[in-house]
Design a protein around this ligand. Structure first.
Ligand code: 7RM
Length: 629
């Protein structure tokens, strides 16, 4: 399934458009299926109803693990690099992975977890987080990983939305110089989660935690009791594999649902082609398993390919900003995949943190999560890749399951800032506001995809209509990405950013509506509006305009309370970078907040605010400009 030349790419691409079913059938045939599919694809984007490898039966863990055991069981699946550079690494072979996953799968069974049940995973970046995902998949349970930085309230909302029965967590977590009380947070969350019957707790920090008798169990103690064999549950290709919550422009986060067969085929195919992974290479994706990048390109894609990867517990700047490069040299990493926000932060820290390291094992660099600005691209290319490593700027989304637009390493000619060309099977189109296709090159529009690929979102958990309206109703018969995009003279794609009310802060998707509703929980705030503004390191920062009518508190006090509120309701990643207390917001006569104006103010573009004639009260704008923070 690995493309090797540009010619092969072009041929594969053409075939994927002319005969998509034959194209994907051939790739899918390389996996282990309990029963082969009857039909490759059945779809419409109006439902939407998208079925891949219909009536095919499989278990993804047999493809991630068992399939490798006979010949490559002693190959390393993971090298774990802990938060503290001086602490011992762990190496996990495919055989050990198999035993650990099966034991844990049997523990889940002992908790009465059955096919289709939902299991919440709230874990630090340790191998057990990956075991947890695979153990769920082994028994046919649907995992819902919640990023370790989210608050108790966020965990609670996610558990309740999908009625999880079990939580897999740890006592605490280390992240840089911080220690996070994972179990305390889970306890706080599950107080209000009647569907939870059991909590399994891995000892990571050794801190003392409360264990509720009959509900909470110790991970290692339970695993020791279990056998290293666990028969894989036979799944239908379209059975859900996992739910992952993601923020959109309205309401609470949606549970994006991915299914077993299509997700398997596409993550393996895209992993092998984009990174051009070669046997025995060492691959490192710095994402957290709490995000889609961790799902597709730490857990599933690499394991399906029999790859060796690093699981990293730490952060880029602890104990100092040379940590990534120290790890690269220590283990001889060949393929390194990170986010622009990390690159910019490390660039700002200065070259003294890069110089001590050779970095000569690196062969391919990757970028994901947000547009990479040209300066960061050049810095990464020159100082990390030593001008010899291609940078694969991979564009994709939680909903797409895998990378859709990206160079193939050492095959596609690069252009800084461009995700370049679609992978085979991906048919992007640009449309204008009305949904009319924008043809030709040297054009810009809203990015849509007109044909399904195997790992496309199937539904949003418990609310199919929300899936339809969010992604498939804006433009009939198209999947709408929410991103703006330029196609240049060479037909190369450059993603320009979100065109909706989603803000990309350090590669994390944050819905303005979600932050506003958290801010409004602060007692003195009556209304708020949050917009994004350019931020040197984070890409975008959050600027909150908050109406506080009358109060005896100081502005500083109120701002602190607003921050605490957001931290408590969503998590630290959603705390506004700037807060401005205002007496009113610019609104139209029909009561709509004119975000366009707020964005300009936040960006510091005060002279050309555009058409303000529909404003109800223009004096509000004057006040806002004067009070800019
Ligand atoms: C993988 C991931 C998705 C949003 C997406 C874009 C932005 C992601 C790139 C990018 C420009 C990239 N999933 N985005 N990758 N923008 N170039 N290479 O990030 O669901 O969390 O976010 O991220 O706006 O719509 S995500």
């Amino acid at each position: 399934m690995q493309i090797k030349t540009l010619e092969e790419y072009k041929t594969a691409y053409q075939k994927s458009v002319d005969a998509p079913e034959d194209f994907w059938a051939e790739i899918a045939s390389e996996f282990l299926w309990t029963k082969k599919w009857d039909k490759v694809l059945d779809w419409n984007f109006t439902g939407p109803k998208i079925n891949w490898f219909i009536n095919g039966k499989l278990n993804i863990t047999e493809n991630c693990i068992d399939r490798h055991l006979e010949k490559n069981g002693n190959n390393t699946a993971f090298i774990w690099e802990p938060n503290e550079p001086g602490d011992k690494n762990r190496t996990i072979t495919y055989k050990e992975l198999s035993e650990e996953v099966n034991r844990l799968a049997n523990v889940l069974k002992s908790f009465n977890i059955k096919k289709g049940d939902r299991v919440c995973i709230y874990m630090p970046m340790i191998p057990e987080a990956v075991y947890a995902m695979l153990a769920c998949a082994r028994v046919g349970a649907i995992h819902s990983v919640v990023f370790g930085g989210f608050s108790a309230q966020s965990i609670q909302d996610r558990i309740n939305d999908s009625q999880c029965k079990v939580v897999l967590t740890s006592d605490g977590a280390y992240r840089g110089n911080k220690q996070l009380p994972m179990k305390v947070t889970v306890d706080d969350a599950v107080k209000n989660c009647p569907s939870i019957t059991n909590v399994l707790v891995y000892k990571r920090t050794g801190e003392k935690v409360n264990m509720q008798s009959g509900r909470d169990f110790d991970w290692e103690t339970e695993c020791k009791k279990q056998s290293v064999d666990c028969k894989a549950e036979i799944m239908d290709s379209e059975d859900p594999l996992f739910i992952l919550y993601t923020s959109g422009s309205t309401g609470k986060p949606k549970g994006v649902v991915h299914s077993c067969g299509g997700f398997m085929v596409y993550t393996a195919y895209s992993f092998q082609n984009v990174f051009q992974y070669q046997p025995h290479e060492l691959y490192w994706c710095t994402a957290d398993v709490g995000w889609i990048t961790g799902h597709s390109y730490i857990t599933y894609g690499p394991l399906l390919s029999g790859a060796t990867s690093i699981i990293f517990e730490g952060v880029p700047n602890y104990p100092d900003s040379g940590r990534f490069w120290q790890v690269v040299d220590k283990h001889n990493v060949n393929i390194f995949y990170t986010a622009p926000t990390a690159i910019r932060a490390l660039e700002a820290a200065g070259l003294d943190f890069v110089k001590p390291y050779k970095l000569d094992s690196l062969r391919v660099l990757g970028s994901v999560g947000e547009p990479i600005n040209e300066e960061a691209w050049q810095w990464y290319h020159k100082n990390i890749g030593k001008e010899k490593c291609p940078i694969v700027d991979t564009w994709w989304q939680t909903e797409t399951g895998g990378i859709l637009i990206s160079p193939l390493a050492n095959i596609t000619a690069l252009k800084p800032g461009f995700a370049t060309l679609p992978l085979p099977g991906v048919q992007p189109i640009l449309v204008d506001e009305k949904g009319k296709e924008i043809l030709g090159n040297g054009v810009e529009g809203n990015l849509c995809i007109k044909f399904p690929w195997p790992s496309i979102i199937r539904t949003t958990y418990g609310d199919h209509e929300r899936c339809r309206t969010t992604y498939f109703a804006t433009y009939p018969n198209l999947y709408f990405t929410g991103d703006g995009c330029r196609r240049d003279e060479d037909g190369y794609y450059r993603i320009t950013g979100r065109v909706d009310d989603v803000i990309n802060v350090s590669g994390h998707r944050i819905g303005t509506a979600e932050v506003e509703s958290a801010i409004n929980e602060q007692v003195d705030v009556v209304e708020s509006a949050v917009v994004g503004y350019p931020h040197d390191i984070k890409g975008q920062g959050l600027y909150a305009f908050c109406i506080v009518p009358k109060t005896t508190k100081t502005n500083e006090q109120i701002k602190k309370e607003i921050n605490d509120c957001v931290n408590k309701i969503i998590g630290a990643i959603a705390k506004p970078d700037k807060i401005q207390i205002v007496s009113g917001l610019p609104k139209t006569r029909s009561g709509k907040i004119m975000r366009r104006i707020l964005r300009k103010v936040a960006e510091g573009e005060l002279t050309n605010l555009g058409d303000t004639s529909t404003l109800l009260d223009p004096s509000v704008v004057e006040e806002i400009i004067k009070g800019r923070v």
